[in-house]
Design a protein around this ligand. Structure first.
Ligand SMILES: [Zn+2]
Length: 300
C-alpha cells in the first residue's frame, strides 16, 4: 500500500547557500596622495571568508570578550508566532540564534529577533533564555522526494539535531519503556490498532513536511516530528519493518508521530532510499535552514 508524499519544496530555499560566520570589519589607515595629508581614516567594511591576518606584536589587541553579556531578547516562536521578551545572562546572543526558554513556552524553539543590553527590569517579571541551539550539517546529500538524504555517518547525528529541536532533558528525567509498537508496511492499512482519523493526521504531517529528521544508524532509528511541539520517535528498522517504536507524546495508542515516520520511510524506500546502509533524512525546508547556519562544507 503506497502513501504518496507531496513535495513541499519551496524554491526560494534553493538560493540559500552555505555561508560562513567569518565576517570581519576592517579599519584601514589611508594616505591621500594628492594632498599629502596623512592620517585620515576611512572606515572600510568588508566581508571575508578568510581568517583575519595575524596582528603584529606592536599593535594592541583588544581583549576577547567570552563572558555572556546580560541582555533582554525578543524571541519569535514558530509554534504560535508570538514574539515575547526574555532575560538572558548565559549566552552572547545575536538575531537569528535559535533558543529555548523557561516558562509556558519551555520546549518550543524560538528565534532571537532582537537583543538589547540597555535595560532595567524586575527579574521576577521575566522568564529566561536557558539554551542556545547549535547544529551543523556535514557530508554529501542527495534529494529523494521532498527530503535531503545522506549516507555519511557524520552527516547529522540525532544528538546534534536534538539540540536544534528540543532543549536538554532535565537531569532527573527518567524514561520507562513498555513493549513498543511494530509497524509493517505490508499490513499497516488493515491494522485494527490504527485509528483512521489519526492516520489521516499522519498523512497531513507527511505532506506538510512535519517529519523533519530521521536517522538509522546500526539499525537504531531516531526521528523528530514537529507538531504542536517537537516529538522524538525511536525505533528499530528491520528490513522494511519498524519495530520497538516509541513516542513520548501523551496520545494513548499508535500516535500520528509514529505513523507519520512509518509512512515517510515507506514512501522514501519506494522512491529509492537505500536502507541497507546507515542514512540520515532531513526535510527539505529544515535542511536549508540548517545549511544557512552551518559553517561546515556541504556537498549536494
Ligand atoms: Zn506521538
Amino acid at each position: 500500500m503506497a502513501y504518496p508524499i507531496f513535495p513541499s519544496v519551496n524554491p526560494a530555499f534553493h538560493n540559500v547557500g552555505n555561508y560562513s560566520d567569518n565576517i570581519y570589519c576592517i579599519m584601514e589607515t589611508q594616505t591621500d596622495e594628492t594632498t599629502s595629508c596623512k592620517g585620515e581614516y576611512s572606515l572600510k567594511i568588508g566581508f571575508s571568508i578568510e581568517p583575519a591576518a595575524p596582528v603584529e606584536d606592536s599593535i594592541p589587541v583588544p581583549p576577547v570578550r567570552n563572558e555572556p553579556v546580560r541582555s533582554l531578547v525578543r524571541v519569535r516562536f514558530e509554534a504560535d508566532r508570538r514574539v515575547l521578551t526574555y532575560y538572558n545572562d548565559r549566552f552572547n546572543l545575536a538575531p537569528g540564534d535559535r533558543v529555548f526558554v523557561s516558562g509556558k513556552l519551555a520546549g518550543c524553539p524560538g528565534t532571537v529577533e532582537s537583543v538589547t543590553t540597555r535595560f532595567k527590569i524586575n527579574l521576577a517579571d521575566y522568564e529566561k533564555v536557558i539554551h542556545r541551539a547549535s547544529a551543523e550539517l556535514h557530508g554529501t546529500y542527495e534529494r529523494v522526494l521532498d527530503k535531503m538524504v545522506s549516507y555519511d555517518q557524520a552527516a547529522m547525528r540525532p544528538e546534534a539535531f536534538r539540540t536544534w529541536a528540543a532543549p536538554p532533558k532535565a537531569d532527573d528525567a527518567e524514561f520507562v519503556l513498555g513493549e513498543g509498537y511494530t509497524l509493517d508496511p505490508e499490513t499497516m492499512g488493515s491494522d485494527d490498532e490504527i485509528n483512521p482519523a489519526v492516520l489521516q493526521r499522519a498523512f497531513d504531517y507527511c505532506r506538510q513536511g512535519n517529519v523533519a529528521y530521521i536517522s538509522v544508524l546500526n539499525g537504531l532509528g531516531t526521528a523528530f516530528v514537529n507538531g504542536t511541539k517537537w516529538y522524538e520517535v525511536n525505533f528499530r528498522l528491520d528490513g522494511s519493518v519498524l519495530t520497538e517504536m516509541y513516542c513520548v507524546c501523551p496520545y494513548p495508542g499508535l500516535c500520528k508521530h509514529l505513523l507519520a515516520v512509518s509512512v515517510t520511510l515507506q514512501t522514501l524506500m519506494q522512491a529509492g532510499l537505500n536502507t541497507a546502509r546507515d542514512f540520515v533524512v532531513i526535510d527539505d525546508s529544515y535542511f536549508w535552514l540548517l545549511a544557512a547556519k552551518s559553517t561546515s562544507r556541504i556537498t549536494l
